[in-house]
Write a protein that binds this ligand. Structure first.
Ligand code: LLP
Length: 425
C-alpha cells in the first residue's frame, strides 16, 4: 500500500493504491472508472480487506467465536462474506435477520438481539431455529412463553455498570440505559430464575458496553464481571459484545482488531471460561475502514474572508454520523492525492439544512474544481445502514471489490423506487 499522498494509509482500505497521476485506486481500479461505471455518491468496499480484518481477529482470538454485528452494514452481500468466513451474525431486527438468511448464514449461527423484540421477530427467529436469542428484558421471556418457544438457547444480556468513554448516544454499559437487565438491582438475577423455572435453556451471559471505544481496559473489566455471573449461573457461554473504535482522522489511533483480540483472549486466561464458548461481537472495526465514499463536487462557494463551501452530490442521507454525533471525517481530492491538500474547506451535502455537513474543516487542494471526485475514507460502518431518503434523494449504490474485480452489490435507487410505497401514486 505504501504512501498514498494525502490519504493516510491507516485510514485506507488495504487494497488502496495511487497512480503516478495521483488517482486513488482500490485493488488497482481507479476511482474515475468506478465513478464512471457506477455513478456517485458511491460506497466502495474492499472485500478482501474486510476478509483480512476478520482473519487478523480470528488469528488473535481463536478459538473465541466471532459474531459480526450486522447493524454496521447489513447488505446480503455482507452476509455472504460472513457465511463464507464462518462467522456468526448479530441481527437486531426482522430485516437484519432476513438479510442473514438470504445471504446464506446458517440459522444456527444467527444471534437475535433487540431491546424490544416483537412477537413477529421472535416467531420468525424461532421458525428459522436461530442459534441464540439474547434476552434484553423480562418481556422477551413473556413473549417467548406466549409463543411456546423453548428450544432456542438463550443468553441474558446484562447492564454491567461499566462506563466506557465514548459518545453518550452509543454508550450502553452504564446502569442508566435502555439496554440489558441491570445487575445492581437484582433484575438480572430475577430474569435468570424466571427463565430457568419456566423451562428455558439459558446457555450464556452477554453485555455490550458501547461503541467507538479506544480503551482496552473496560473490556478486561467486562470479561471479569461476566465471568463472575457465568460462574454464579453455571452457564457455559459468555459474550463481551463489540465496541472497538476505529480512527477516522489522520491523528487518531485505535487498537487494531488483533490487539483487541489478543487483549480479550489474555483477559480470559484469568477465568474458568472455555475460550471456545466465548463470543465477541464487533461491527464497526470489521467494516469501517474497508470502505470509502466517492462524491462528485457540484458547487464551490468561496465567501472571501469567511469560508469555502464545497457541495457534493450526497450528504447527511448517506452519512448522518457528522450531524448525529459530531463525528469527524476527512476528505481527499480522490484523483489528485499528490496535490497539496492545504486549503480549509467545509464539505457539505445537497440537503436543505445548514447542518448538512460531511467534513467541517477538510484540507483540500486550493484549486479544487467543480466535477472533481472527493473521497471520504472510513465510511463502511453506520453509513449506508443509517442512511435515509431525506429530500427524496435516492440511496447510493454499493460496490464491493474482490480479487481486483468490482461488482455492484446494492444498486442505486431509481426515481421509481422512491415512490414504490405510496398508495395510488
Ligand atoms: N453488539 C451489540 C449488542 C450492539 O448494540 C452493537 C452496536 C454492537 C455489538 C457492535 O458495536 P460496534 O463494534 O460496531 O461498535 N450508530 C453508531 C453506533 C451504534 C452502535 C450500536 N450497537 C455510530 O455510528 O457510531
Amino acid at each position: 500500500m505504501g504512501d498514498l499522498g494525502a490519504l493516510p494509509a491507516h485510514l485506507a482500505p488495504r487494497g488502496a493504491g495511487v497512480l503516478a497521476s495521483g488517482e486513488l485506486t482500490i485493488q488497482g481500479i481507479g476511482v474515475e472508472e468506478l465513478a464512471e461505471r457506477f455513478g456517485t455518491p458511491l460506497f466502495v468496499y474492499d472485500e478482501d480487506d474486510i476478509r483480512a480484518r476478520v482473519h487478523d481477529l480470528a488469528h488473535a482470538i481463536a478459538p473465541v467465536q466471532i459474531t459480526y454485528a450486522s447493524k454496521a452494514f447489513s447488505a446480503v452481500a455482507m452476509a455472504k462474506v460472513v457465511a463464507s468466513e464462518g462467522l456468526w451474525w448479530d441481527a437486531a431486527s426482522l430485516g437484519e435477520l432476513e438479510a442473514a438468511v438470504r445471504g446464506g448464514v446458517p440459522p444456527e449461527r444467527i444471534i437475535v438481539h433487540g431491546n424490544n423484540k416483537s412477537f413477529e421477530e421472535l416467531e420468525r427467529a424461532a421458525s428459522y431455529s436461530v442459534g441464540r436469542i439474547v434476552v434484553d428484558a423480562i418481556e422477551d421471556l413473556d413473549r417467548l412463553d406466549a409463543l411456546g418457544v423453548r428450544q432456542i438457547p438463550l443468553w441474558l444480556r446484562v447492564a454491567p455498570g461499566i462506563e466506557a468513554h465514548t459518545h453518550a448516544f452509543v454508550r450502553t454499559g452504564q446502569v442508566d440505559s435502555k439496554f440489558g437487565l441491570p445487575i445492581v438491582d437484582g433484575t438480572a438475577e430475577r430474569a435468570y430464575r424466571r427463565a430457568v423455572e419456566a423451562g428455558f435453556t439459558v446457555t450464556g451471559v452477554h453485555a455490550h458496553i458501547g461503541s467507538q471505544i479506544f480503551d482496552l481496559a473496560p473490556f478486561g473489566e467486562l470479561v471479569h464481571r461476566l465471568s463472575t455471573l457465568r460462574h454464579r449461573w453455571a452457564v457455559p457461554e459468555l459474550c463481551v459484545g463489540g465496541g472497538l473504535g476505529v480512527p477516522y482522522l489522520a491523528q487518531e489511533r485505535a487498537p487494531t482488531l488483533s490487539e483487541w483480540g489478543s487483549y480479550v483472549r489474555e483477559a480470559l486466561r484469568g477465568t474458568s471460561a472455555d475460550p471456545a464458548d466465548v463470543f465477541v461481537e464487533p461491527g464497526r472495526a470489521i467494516v469501517a475502514s474497508s470502505c470509502i465514499t466517492l462524491y462528485r463536487v457540484g458547487v464551490i462557494k468561496r465567501i472571501p474572508g469567511v469560508r469555502i463551501y464545497v457541495a457534493v452530490d450526497g450528504g447527511m442521507s448517506d452519512n448522518p454520523r457528522p450531524v448525529l454525533y459530531g463525528s469527524g471525517y476527512m476528505a481527499v481530492a480522490a484523483s489528485r492525492l499528490y496535490a497539496a491538500h492545504d486549503t480549509a474547506m467545509r464539505v457539505v451535502g445537497k440537503h436543505c439544512e445548514s447542518g448538512d455537513v460531511l467534513v467541517d474543516e477538510a484540507l483540500l487542494p486550493s484549486d479544487l474544481s467543480v466535477g472533481e471526485l472527493i473521497a471520504t475514507p472510513v465510511t463502511g460502518a453506520y453509513g449506508y445502514s443509517m442512511g435515509s431518503n431525506y429530500n427524496r434523494l435516492p440511496r447510493p449504490a454499493v460496490v464491493m471489490i474482490r480479487g481486483g474485480r468490482a461488482r455492484e452489490v446494492v444498486r442505486r435507487e431509481q426515481l421509481d423506487d422512491l415512490f414504490r410505497l405510496e398508495v395510488g401514486a
